[in-house]
Design a protein around this ligand. Structure first.
Ligand SMILES: [Mg+2]
Length: 265
């Protein structure tokens, strides 16, 4: 028996039998293995294939939930017919490609643009660091930067963010600048779950993610529904998590998706 099958106890399996089945998946570190340059991220063809099968099934919805811009997350996964929640919830793209953003955030995008201008020279001065402007939020990646360069870089990002009344959040080898509006993966997954009837009687919802920002989603889903299945992807097996189950890596997520698809075929 594989580790993935072992994690899926009969009790959890029963919670995944429902209709509709709403499958929410983070992208980097969950569907796509973590790579040193974020632009190199890729989803295995076999994983793409099982996602395509799931999307085609009646009453199965697949939602990508990423910190990346929605178009970027969708491009990496490359599967038609999925929902994409990008920028940690600031953007939602429907299966037919329609983009929805919160109108209240429109004026915040000017502050984000200003933060990008201020951070450009600061980030450029740190070898290996990279600024990514995702319009509603900014990311500063530092995976390839020298370790002693990170604390001063982080405090510069925080200074710029606070100066523009924005906020800074931490992720894996990344800091992000976002509007103060309270939107995160937790609010995003509950909103999408409501919209797709995932919390109604007899419905099933599962969310898998590997990062600190995914913890908001685990907590919110478990608070919203005792039937929600939450999965932390964790290579070390030692990360603190609010999720119910741990799986090791994107290969284990692939197995989970195959298992879900086989049971509905
Ligand atoms: Mg991730």
């Amino acid at each position: 028996m594989s580790a993935t099958q072992q994690a899926l106890t009969p009790e959890i399996e029963a919670r995944l039998n429902g209709t509709p089945l709403v499958i929410m998946l983070d992208v980097d570190g969950t569907l796509a293995p973590i790579v040193s340059r974020p632009e190199d991220a890729a989803v295995a063809p076999a994983t793409r294939a099982v996602l395509e099968r799931l999307v085609a099934m009646p009453d199965v919805h697949v939602i990508l939930v990423s910190g990346r811009a929605a178009s970027d997350a969708h491009g990496i996964v490359g599967v038609k017919g999925v929902w994409t929640v990008g920028n940690h919830g600031f953007e939602v793209v429907s299966p037919d490609g329609e983009l929805e953003t919160d109108p209240d955030l429109a004026d915040q995008s000017a502050a984000i643009a200003q933060a990008a201008r201020e951070l450009e020279p600061i980030v450029a001065a740190v070898t290996g660091a990279k600024l990514e402007n995702k319009r509603w939020t900014l990311s500063v990646h530092y995976r390839l930067a020298a370790r002693d360069a990170v604390p001063p870089l982080r405090s510069e990002v925080e200074r710029v963010a606070l100066g523009l009344r924005l906020r800074m959040t931490d992720g894996k080898e990344i800091v992000e600048v976002r509007p103060v509006a309270h939107i995160d993966k937790g609010t995003a997954v509950v909103m999408m779950g409501e919209r797709l009837h995932a919390f109604e009687n007899g419905a099933s919802i599962v969310f898998a993610g590997d990062d600190r920002t995914d913890e908001d989603a685990f907590r919110s889903l478990r608070a919203r529904s005792p039937r929600a299945v939450t999965i932390r992807i964790d290579e070390s097996g030692e990360d603190k998590t609010a999720a119910e189950i741990r799986l090791r890596d994107p290969a284990a997520v692939h197995e989970l998706l195959e298992w879900l698809a086989a049971r509905r075929a």
